[in-house]
Write a new protein. Structure first.
Ligand code: CP
Length: 321
């Protein structure tokens, strides 16, 4: 594996999930694989889980890890080509990415969308430039449109906790006070759509009017604006807010109650409730669920290690060929 950016970088979902679960059973079985290899984690935005779980995964494989908080500690980056850099930007991504590639065998990059320029965000301009200039394998730590380590984690968690062969999985929009990216729901939708195509889940998306995701990510999903109908017989409910894709980055007022709580949980097949975190309590998801027996959010966050470890393992195996 030379790049981990979307579900299309993984052929067989069952294989990668089973490999991740075997790493969970024996975390240090490959601790020689990453010896003398360096992972660089580059953050243009904040992170708790992605930063720590990826570091831990790399350490389990014997790698050295360096973390660069570009947003706080780096030079102000220029990403446009053909501009005279006589403004506030100090270093071009061409040099910055290439230099980091000199120091690292594998790089990870987190870069959120602007939510202002849909074309630039959905073309993944910054991410693609980073990949082409750094010259080493790259893992997405969340890009403008996707969060694949989170989605792989989510599939691992669903596989681990499912009670039926083919569980019903519902992605449920939830309220928020800010305009959030579509990266997590896009990514969850494309991974679940592929999982559905491979016979692993039944997948439904529920959102209020105006919050349709790009069809690029939702192939084969049942899509509804009726949350109660979506929750009927659900085995997993994945709660997440996102801003509008069509009216890019906008937040429409939603008067109906879309926050997941114990009352809504009664409509489900005693569903397990998931969220990528961080979560705003009693706005996106009720405290009674988060503190109750149906919440998987902590176990889900724990599984971030195994998603990162299986991806790093595959990249290291490729480097060592
Ligand atoms: N879910 C997730 O990516 O968490 P962080 O933003 O804290 O890394």
């Amino acid at each position: 594996m030379k790049k981990f950016f979307s579900v299309s970088d993984v052929e067989n979902l069952n294989d990668i999930v089973n490999e991740a679960l075997s790493l969970k059973a024996k975390p240090h079985a490959n601790e020689e694989l990453g010896k003398y290899k360096t992972l660089g984690l580059v953050f243009l935005n904040p992170s708790l889980r992605t930063r720590l779980s990826t570091q831990k995964a790399a350490m389990n494989l014997g790698m050295n890890v360096m973390v660069m908080n570009m947003d706080k500690d780096g030079w102000a980056l220029e990403t446009r080509d053909g501009v005279v850099m006589n403004g506030t930007t100090v270093e071009h991504i061409r040099e910055a990415a290439a230099v980091m590639g000199e120091y690292c065998d594998i790089l990870g990059l987190r870069s959120f969308p602007s939510l202002k320029d849909k074309e630039a965000d959905y073309n993944e301009d910054l991410f693609n430039k980073f990949i082409s200039y750094c010259g080493v394998p790259v893992i997405s730590l969340e890009s403008a449109t996707r969060h694949p380590l989170q989605s792989l984690t989510d599939l691992i968690t669903i596989t681990e906790y499912k009670q039926v062969e083919k569980p019903k999985v519902v992605l449920a929009w939830a309220p928020h006070v800010k305009a959030l990216p579509q990266a997590v729901p896009n990514s969850f939708a494309e991974w679940m759509s592929k999982a559905q195509a491979q016979g692993l889940v039944d997948f439904t998306i529920a959102h209020p009017p105006g919050y349709d995701l790009s069809q690029e990510f939702t192939q084969g999903a049942t899509i509804t604006q009726n949350l109660d109908a979506a929750l009927d017989n659900a085995d997993f409910v994945y709660v997440k807010n996102w801003s509008s894709f069509k009216d890019y980055g906008k937040v429409y007022p939603v008067t109906d109650d879309w926050m997941m709580n114990n009352e809504k949980l009664k409509l489900t097949n005693s569903a397990k409730v998931m969220h990528c975190l961080p979560v705003r309590r009693d706005l996106e998801l009720s405290s009674e669920i988060l503190d109750g027996p149906n919440s998987l959010v902590i176990k889900e966050a724990g599984n971030r290690v195994w998603a990162a470890q299986v991806v790093l393992k595959r990249m290291l195996e490729d480097l060592n060929k």
